[in-house]
Design a protein around this ligand. Structure first.
Ligand SMILES: [Zn+2]
Ligand SMILES: [Zn+2]
Length: 235
């Protein structure tokens, strides 16, 4: 690859459960020299729209409008979206809804907490559906601490099913941005889209500094506290 661009295709902001604002994510990505970022908040494209507006005419990073859709069968990231996708549909209907508006569908962290027979509650990864449905790529590097084994399984699935592979940090804090990313030929969102369609992307990962791991632990603590509060008040 002559011109190797780097893209982080899985980022959260304050518009869902992330800590940073969209503007802070853009600034951090620019500092890191990421060429392309996709803001993929849970069930909303507002964070992505804000980031796109903030970037304005700046050269980098390019911002892809994305969303991490809570399908009935697990999380699915839609990229290059025009509008939000309704949560709660089957994985198949979600992938179709993304394709119908010209977007690309990514099976993110497919092996993290997939649905199990007889279990009620929401699944996080779509599991083996990642190979059965018309996904455009599989996220094989997700830099959430502790995801090593899930990533290994996702690598294997992408390899065996011949699906394009991507990396996304799934960052909920600033210091996680870029820790997993996608390498592609070119520098623009269009070049990335072409690389995905040609199956010519590569996933990469970087180590965390100790400070970043501590920060992530604090985020996890805060996340669980908010979830307990929401459950207690019946929201
Ligand atoms: Zn997720
Ligand atoms: Zn996520």
């Amino acid at each position: 690859m002559a011109e190797a661009g780097r893209a982080d295709l899985h980022l959260h902001t304050r518009l869902s459960d992330g800590w940073p604002t969209p503007a802070e994510v853009v600034e951090r990505a620019a500092e890191l020299g990421l060429d392309v970022i996709a803001i993929t908040d849970h069930d909303t494209i507002e964070g992505a729209l804000e980031a796109r507006a903030y970037v304005g005419r700046r050269r980098t990073p390019k911002v892809i409008i994305g969303e991490e859709v809570s399908s009935r069968d697990g999380h699915i990231v839609g990229l290059f979206l025009e509008k939000g996708v309704r949560p709660g549909l089957s994985a198949q209907a979600t992938v179709r809804a993304i394709h119908n508006q010209g977007g690309l569908a990514i099976a993110v962290h497919p092996f993290w907490d997939p649905a199990k027979p007889g279990r009620v509650g929401t699944a996080h990864g779509v599991g083996w559906l990642a190979a059965e449905l018309e996904f455009d790529a599989i996220e094989v590097e997700n830099s959430t601490p502790g995801f090593y084994l899930y990533n290994q399984m996702a690598h294997r699935l992408a390899f065996d099913s011949g699906r394009p592979q991507v990396g996304g940090s799934d960052a909920h804090i600033l210091s996680a941005i870029g820790k997993a990313h996608t390498v592609f030929a070119g520098r623009t969102a269009l070049a990335l889209e072409r690389a995905l369609e040609a199956g010519k992307t590569r996933a990469a990962r970087e180590r965390y500094e100790a400070q970043a791991l501590l920060e992530y632990a604090a985020w996890g603590w805060d996340f669980r506290r908010k979830r307990r509060l929401a459950q207690a008040t019946g929201q």
